[in-house]
Design a protein around this ligand. Structure first.
Ligand SMILES: *[C@@H]1O[C@H](CO)[C@@H](O)[C@H](O)[C@H]1NC(C)=O
Ligand SMILES: *[C@@H]1O[C@H](CO)[C@@H](O)[C@H](O)[C@H]1NC(C)=O
Length: 441
C-alpha cells in the first residue's frame, strides 16, 4: 500500500482533505482477487446491469402520417415501419440522411406538460433493452463498455444470464421526483422489471449490482433514488458509478451546448454542424455548472460584452440561442435547475470511481464574442471532462446523510481520464476489483 499512497500524496494534501477517508487499492492485487472470485464461482455472483454512456444507446424511429418532412428525402421512410435512426453513424452520410437524422432526432419542449417530446409524426423507441449490445462508435470501438464486458466475462459473468444492459433514450435526462417524464417513467418500469428478473433468475435469488458510466451513472443514480425503499433494499445490492455526471454540473457540458459536441459520431459532420440538433436535447442542458458549487462571482464564460457566472446560465442560454431563449430557458429553469438542489441519497451501498489530475475546462473565453468559434479554454483539475469541484460536492452530498455515509465509498484515480477510465487496463482493473468487492461485501 505504501508506495501507492506516495504517488497520491501531493494530490491528497493539496486538493482532497476528505480523500484521506477514501480507499486506494494496489493494482497488483487485482488479478489475484479476480481469480479468487472465479474460484468461488456462482456462490458469490450477483447479476450486473450495465447502464452505458450517452452515445451508446441506439434509437429507432417510425414516421407516421402526421410527419411533415422538410424535404422529400426525409419522408422516404414514412409508413415503412421502424428503422434505425441512431444505430450506425456511418450509415447516415452513406444514405444522404444526415439532415433528416437531425430533423427526426429533434426534441421540442411542451410548456403545458413541462416535458420534451418528439416532433409531430416521429415515434421513437430504444431497441435491445436488457441486452449488453450497445451502439458502437467506429472511431472508439471500446467506448461502450466493450472492455468492461470482456473482463466481466473473464471472471465468469454471462451475457443474458448474469450480465444485462439497460439502454435509454440519450436525448432525455432523468427527472427528479415530481417532474413529469413519460420516457423515463417507462424506462424506470422496464429497468425495475429487468432487475427483478435478473435477481430471481439466480439460484437462491441474488440482488443486483447496478453499474452506470458517465451519463449512465446519473441515470442509474436517479433510478435508485426514485425506487421505493423496500424495493431498493430487496433488489439493489450495490450501485457502482464510474465517472457519473454530477447534478451540480461541469463546464464541458456548457461548452458542448455553446460550441457543439462531438459525442455523437457521424462521419462528415462537425460539432458545429450537429449543434442545432444537440441543443434540442434535454440531456444537453441537464448538467450545467450550478451556483452552489461553481460560485456566483467567478466568471465561467467570458465575452467582451458580458461575463457569465453559474448564476447567469439562463441568461447565457438566451444569449446563445437568441430569440429570448425560446424553448430552452423555460425547461432549463423548470426541469434542470431544481436537480442541482435535490440531495436525496439513494440509500443503497454506493461506490463512486472518478479520475482526477487531468486538465479539465474551467473557464471559456470567447474573446470576440462569437459562439461559433471554439473558445480559448482555461483549465483546472478533473477527469478531463468533469470538474474536480463537482466530484467533491457529490461526495459531500452523499456523506451528509448518516444512513448513506456509512455505505458510500469514493475513489479518486489519479491520471484516469473520463474517456479512458474503462479502457485503460490499469484503471479498468481497479473498477473490476471494485465490482468484485461490492459483490463480496
Ligand atoms: C455501418 O454503415 C456503413 C456505411 O453504410 C457500412 O459500411 C457498415 O458495414 C455498417 N456497419 C454495421 C455494423 O452495420
Ligand atoms: C470579465 O472577466 C474578466 C476576467 O475576470 C475581466 O477581466 C473583465 O473585465 C470582465 N468583463 C466584464 C465585461 O465584466
Amino acid at each position: 500500500m505504501a508506495p501507492f499512497l506516495v504517488r497520491f500524496l501531493p494530490l491528497l494534501l493539496l486538493l482532497l482533505p476528505a480523500a484521506l477517508r477514501e480507499y486506494y487499492l494496489p493494482a497488483a492485487s487485482n488479478r489475484r482477487a479476480q481469480d479468487a472470485v472465479v474460484a468461488d464461482g456462482d456462490k458469490l455472483r450477483h447479476p450486473i446491469v450495465l447502464v452505458p454512456g450517452v452515445s451508446c444507446s441506439e434509437l429507432e424511429a417510425r414516421l407516421t402520417d402526421a410527419y411533415r418532412p422538410s424535404t422529400p428525402r426525409c419522408g422516404a421512410m414514412k409508413g415503412k415501419g421502424w428503422f434505425g435512426l441512431w444505430q450506425n453513424g456511418s450509415d447516415l452520410p452513406a444514405h444522404d440522411y444526415v439532415p433528416c437524422f437531425m430533423e427526426q432526432m429533434r426534441l421540442v419542449y411542451d410548456p403545458d406538460a413541462n416535458e420534451f417530446r418528439n416532433i409531430p409524426g416521429v415515434e421513437t423507441r430504444v431497441p435491445n433493452f436488457g441486452s449488453t449490445v450497445f451502439q458502437r462508435n467506429p472511431e472508439h470501438t471500446d467506448w461502450c463498455l466493450e472492455d468492461l464486458k470482456r473482463e466481466l466475462e473473464r471472471v465468469g459473468y454471462r451475457d443474458g444470464e448474469t450480465l444485462f444492459g439497460a439502454a435509454y433514450d440519450l436525448r432525455h435526462a432523468p427527472p427528479i421526483p415530481g417532474q413529469p417524464s413519460r420516457v423515463y417513467s417507462r424506462y424506470f418500469r422496464q429497468l425495475t422489471a429487468l432487475v427483478e428478473d435478473a435477481s430471481t433468475k439466480q439460484q437462491g435469488r441474488k440482488n443486483v449490482i447496478l453499474f452506470g458510466h458517465s451519463f449512465g451513472g446519473m441515470v442509474a443514480l436517479e433510478f435508485a433514488r426514485a425506487a421505493p425503499a423496500a424495493w431498493r433494499e430487496k433488489y439493489i445490492k450495490h450501485l457502482v458509478l464510474v465517472a457519473p455526471l454530477p447534478a451540480s454540473g461541469f463546464m464541458e457540458s456548457l461548452k458542448n451546448f455553446v460550441s457543439g459536441s462531438d459525442l455523437l459520431y457521424v462521419p462528415t459532420t462537425t460539432p458545429l454542424s450537429l449543434r442545432p440538433m444537440w441543443r434540442t436535447f434535454e440531456s444537453a442542458i441537464a448538467t450545467f455548472p450550478s451556483p452552489s458549487v461553481f460560485g456566483d462571482d467567478t466568471p465561467l464564460v467570458i465575452t467582451p460584452r458580458r461575463n457569465y457566472t453559474a448564476r447567469d446560465m439562463a441568461d447565457l442560454l438566451a444569449d446563445v440561442v437568441g430569440a429570448g431563449g425560446d424553448g430552452v430557458v423555460e425547461p432549463f429553469r423548470r426541469r434542470e435547475l431544481p436537480k442541482a438542489r435535490y440531495f436525496a441519497p439513494p440509500m443503497v451501498p454506493v461506490t463512486c470511481v472518478n479520475g482526477v489530475g487531468s486538465v479539465t475546462p474551467e473557464q471559456l473565453v470567447y474573446s470576440d464574442g462569437d459562439f461559433d468559434v471554439e473558445p480559448e479554454v482555461v483549465f483546472g483539475d478533473g477527469d478531463g471532462t468533469i470538474n474536480l469541484i463537482s466530484m467533491l460536492a457529490f461526495d459531500e452530498e452523499m456523506r451528509r446523510k448518516p444512513g448513506q455515509r456509512k455505505q458510500y465509498k469514493s475513489i479518486k484515480v489519479r491520471g484516469a481520464r473520463h474517456g479512458n477510465i474503462l479502457t485503460e487496463e490499469w484503471s479498468l482493473n481497479l473498477v473490476i476489483q471494485e465490482i468484485l468487492e461490492a459483490s463480496r461485501v
